[in-house]
Design a protein around this ligand. Structure first.
Ligand SMILES: C[S@@+](CC[C@H](N)C(=O)[O-])C[C@H]1O[C@@H](n2cnc3c(N)ncnc32)[C@H](O)[C@@H]1O
Length: 469
């Protein structure tokens, strides 16, 4: 962000607009809509529309050329003339007086800009592209307009009317938040949207008098955050991410996905990398149970899917032992997301009728420091199938060597995809016998996924995500 969006109360504040044409009219109308009731407009020529608006009150038009002292005592200034020199003079005079100034269509002369608005008063959404892409901002505004029924403003107004009652009934901020979150997901909203406000208010009254004031029982949401692209989250994942009190997250959750977690939630990083386990799994299991038993709504956010090489099963077993309620939200696993974004279908009627998900995580040999991979190489070497290997970068030489030794063709197509589905996606393709050399040459780093099988050759035709070179 390059500027801070704020909402200014303009009631009884002097606002000055320099300019008397259509643009000035639009700006003044906006100020009046925001309840500005002391607007002074200066211009040598004042349009008939402005003079009509003046009659409605809150605006005084002065048929005078600009002079800097007209800005004295103003709360904000807008320059809306078609004379660039006057606009610049207004900007200089306002800045000299430390008054926020907006010059229409001249971002360099502004100290504030006006946002595109979605008005569901008292809910107001301001959209800005910081002057970079006003058309995109308008497009986003149009999208939001269609998503928010007009009566959302009524919901906020009624909520405002009940604020004190709710405050008197529930002593803590968390209890009040839980109450409103329950209400906003239930029939109260439906009644308002249907125009049945009396019934809606009755529902609120009933809920306030019957609500349980005891501490809310916590819950754990075990959520798959997908492989990186935030657009791959499910609706349910997003909803729970928005209502958690604390988020316990892993290394592989992308920053773009993390940005969608409720802003006030406490963030706890427990990420793991191959050689650096920030927190052992048993402690993570216990932490989730403890936080939920303290009454918190705990978002356990994992990369990909929680049940695919994600240890989600162990975490909910512990929760069950402690009687902690939980729900599990599947995510798009790396195999699905990464292969799709690399243009590699995992099955294809001509090439592959099965697909194996395999962990390539190395384990120490018993009584030795040497690392090893114990996999069913025979099963992996069968024809007409696709192998998808997670966590297989360090063990890749063993994997290639063993597959070749068990009869897989040296020409078998293979791919390694780094940071799939993100803007940093990097893909290396090679025959099985050349794979290690190509991966080393491309300096591939974790996280990456290895795909081995005839289907990899389809990438040449089906690669849709990466820019064409
Ligand atoms: C501990 S496993 C977790 C898998 C996760 N639960 C899932 O369903 O995708 C981590 C491995 O997933 C793979 N992975 C996850 N996200 C990836 C991505 N965006 N690109 C490539 N590989 C990824 C890598 O092999 C990484 O080492």
């Amino acid at each position: 962000m390059q500027s801070l969006p704020i909402f200014i109360n303009l009631i009884d504040q002097r606002c000055v607009v320099i300019g008397g044409g259509d643009v000035a009219l639009r700006k003044i109308s906006m100020l009046r809509k925001a309840q500005a009731n002391k607007v002074d407009c200066y211009a040598t020529e004042i349009s008939a529309s402005l003079l009509t608006l003046e009659k409605a009150g809150g605006l005084q038009c002065h048929a005078r050329a600009f002079s800097p002292e007209q800005l004295d005592g103003a709360c904000i200034v807008i320059a809306a003339t078609d004379d660039a020199a006057v606009n610049e003079a207004v900007s200089i005079a306002a800045k000299a007086r430390n008054i926020p100034v907006n010059v229409v269509d001249a971002p360099k002369l502004c100290t504030f800009t006006m946002a595109s608005l979605v008005d569901r008063s008292p809910i107001v959404i301001a959209i800005s592209s910081e002057g970079k892409a006003p058309v995109l901002a308008r497009y986003i505004r149009a999208k939001i307009e269609t998503m928010l029924p007009a009566s959302y403003g009524r919901i906020a107004t009624i909520a405002g009317e009940f604020r004190e009652k709710v405050k008197a009934r529930f002593s803590t901020v968390d209890q009040r938040r839980y109450f409103w979150e329950d209400m906003l997901q239930g029939p109260f909203v439906e009644r308002v949207l249907a125009g049945q406000e009396v019934e809606a208010k009755q529902l609120l009254d009933e809920a306030i008098s019957t609500a349980d004031n005891a501490a809310k029982k916590g819950e754990v949401y075990l959520v798959g955050g997908g492989p990186g692209d935030p657009d791959l989250l499910t609706f349910r994942a997003l909803r729970l991410m928005q209502q958690c009190d604390v988020c316990v997250y892993d290394k592989l959750v992308s920053p773009e996905v993390m940005a969608l977690v409720r802003r006030d939630a406490e963030l706890m990083y427990v990420g793991k990398s191959r050689s650096n386990h920030t927190m052992p799994q048993e402690q993570i299991n216990a932490l989730l149970a403890r936080l939920a038993l303290e009454g918190k709504r705990v978002l356990r956010l994992k990369g990909g899917d929680p049940f695919i090489f994600g240890r989600g099963g162990e975490e909910i077993e512990t929760l069950m032992q402690h009687g902690v309620p939980f729900q599990v939200v599947p995510g798009i696993t790396a195999a699905n997301g990464v292969s799709t974004y690399a243009g590699i279908p995992l099955t294809h009627r001509d090439y592959s009728q099965a697909c194996l998900f395999i962990t390539g995580h190395l384990k120490p040999k018993p009584d030795s420091d040497e690392m090893n991979l114990e996999l069913d190489w025979q099963a992996m070497a069968r024809p007409n199938q696709t192998l998808v290997i997670y966590m297989g970068l360090v063990g890749l030489p063993i994997i290639c060597e063993q597959l070749l030794a068990h009869g897989v063709s040296p020409d078998m197509p293979a791919a390694v995809v780094q940071q799939g589905t993100t803007q940093h996606q990097k893909v290396v393709t090679a025959s099985l016998e050349d794979l290690i050399a190509e991966v080393q040459a491309a300096e591939i780093k974790a996280p990456c996924l290895t795909i081995i099988g005839e289907v990899v050759q389809l990438r040449k035709r089906l690669n849709w995500f990466e820019p064409k070179s």
